[in-house]
Design a protein around this ligand. Sequence first.
Ligand code: FPP
Length: 224
Amino acid sequence: MDGNGRWAQARGLPRVAGHRQGAEAVRRAVVACIELGVDYLTIYAFSSENWKRPEREIDDLMGLLGLYLRNEVAELSQRGVRVCFIGDRGRLSTDIRKLIDQAEASTRENKALTLTVALNYGGRQEIVRAARRIAEDAVAGRLGAAAVEEYLFSGYLDTAGVPDPDLVIRTSGEQRLSNFLLWQAAYAELVFLPTLWPDFRKRDLEEAIAEYMKRERRYGASSG
Ligand code: FPP
């Protein structure tokens, strides 16, 4: 969801105005996914590296997230959305952690769309946390080295139970993964759109899906 800052700057507005419109774009994206029959949507709301931003902006982002969770979860639930979170919860405020727990618990049974919010998330950090837990289980005698295979490793990641993404979309013209779903996106199609995230609409999602459908996915096999 890149480009909030540039969207605001282009209008002479503070960055928080871009994030606010970014939250609106999240709302639209959720509805668009349901309408288009997408089963899983994962959004990168706050990266492990975003703590390097000015304290004021971090407070604004956490404030917006808190507001979103307080105001939107009931409606999301009505639409049949299951809300999940990935990332390291350790550094989040107790207030946000409580809202996360409530959102997960109250939407657990929903089936229309699984919305995963990546919060204080970094792909490398997630892989290291998984490796640490595997090592702990091995040291405790619960796991032998030979059992450590891809499927087992996947089960130790925050995304356990969620299928790998078919399509990763980054907005605002930047062409990087920036530590997003590094393990899970191994075979994902990457689509980079020039649209700034606050301008993201259903037609952008349709454009990205159309681009995805043109690609030939080979998973390492030869074509033909
Ligand atoms: C990147 O734009 C965006 C973020 C770091 C935050 C994304 C947050 C939201 C969309 C709002 C809150 C989230 C939810 C789930 C309601 P940037 O600030 O890096 O933009 P720039 O590269 O143009 O400066």
